[in-house]
Design a protein around this ligand. Structure first.
Ligand SMILES: Nc1nc2c(ncn2[C@@H]2O[C@H](COP(=O)(O)OP(=O)(O)OP(=O)(O)O)[C@@H](O)[C@H]2O)c(=O)[nH]1
Ligand SMILES: [Mg+2]
Length: 212
């Protein structure tokens, strides 16, 4: 009961001061969904800066540290939204350095990557409570009913954090937005290609809707 009361007080003050500071917008999801690609796209569109958020790779766990880009202002008509964008390491339940060796890395590099990736997962989860809005980026060619997706989204729901689901990689043949909508019917889902910019305007419109 005391815990519940404390949470209420915390939330109350968090909301009270929300207006006077920047909202923290977090990009979350499993590795390789396209979080950093989308973060780079947002920075390019609104700051005019190329590839500032970080490097991307077809090998999972490219992002292993939290990255923040402060003060992004996006506009649509007479609406304006300011936020700090937070790119996070992909969350996984199993990180095996042998997968990185199979992808062509040397043993030392693969072991270091696995260690850093594990730390990255812990950091990403730690930061979750700090987010005002979360964009969950999923690869729409993959099965959405994974343990990672269900855990992230369940956590966000329990914490009452506004969520926008991005079904990324719609340029690929296997992409299935409907499947993501069916898996998480309580949330808005927007299908995009972060890499090619497909339907990125729909994404910005959806952001305005959830980040009010
Ligand atoms: N075809 C296609 N590929 C994409 C798209 N978005 C990202 N990718 C590719 O998917 C791979 C992973 O992209 P990242 O942006 O590194 O993914 P991430 O979610 O940041 O991954 P981690 O940092 O490992 O958590 C890269 O090879 C990207 O080029 C897309 O819209 N379409
Ligand atoms: Mg990344």
């Amino acid at each position: 009961m005391k815990g519940l009361f404390n949470r209420f007080i915390q939330k109350f003050f968090k909301n009270l001061f929300k207006k006077s500071r920047h909202i923290k917008m977090g990009l979350y999801g499993p590795p390789n969904g396209g979080k950093t690609t989308l973060a780079n796209k947002i920075c390019k569109d609104w700051l005019g800066e190329e590839d500032v958020m970080g490097s991307t790779s077809s090998i999972a766990h490219e992002t292993r540290e939290i990255q923040i880009k402060e003060q992004i202002n996006i506009k649509s008509g007479n609406k304006e939204l300011s936020f700090n964008l937070v790119d996070t390491p992909g969350i996984a339940t199993k990180i095996d350095y042998e997968d990185f060796i199979k992808a062509g890395m040397k043993e030392k590099q693969a072991k270091d990557r696995a260690k850093e990736a594990t730390k990255g997962v812990i950091d990403a989860i730690k930061w979750l409570d700090d987010m005002d809005v979360v964009i969950v980026v999923l690869d729409s060619t993959k099965d959405p009913y994974s343990q990672v997706n269900i855990t992230i989204i369940g956590n966000l729901q329990a914490r009452d954090i506004p969520v926008l689901l991005v079904a990324n990689k719609v340029d690929l043949k296997k992409s299935d937005i409907k499947k993501i909508k069916a898996a998480f019917p309580q949330y808005d889902v927007v299908g995009i290609s972060a890499k090619y910019g497909t339907d990125i305007d729909k994404f910005y419109e959806a952001l305005f809707k959830i980040a009010k």
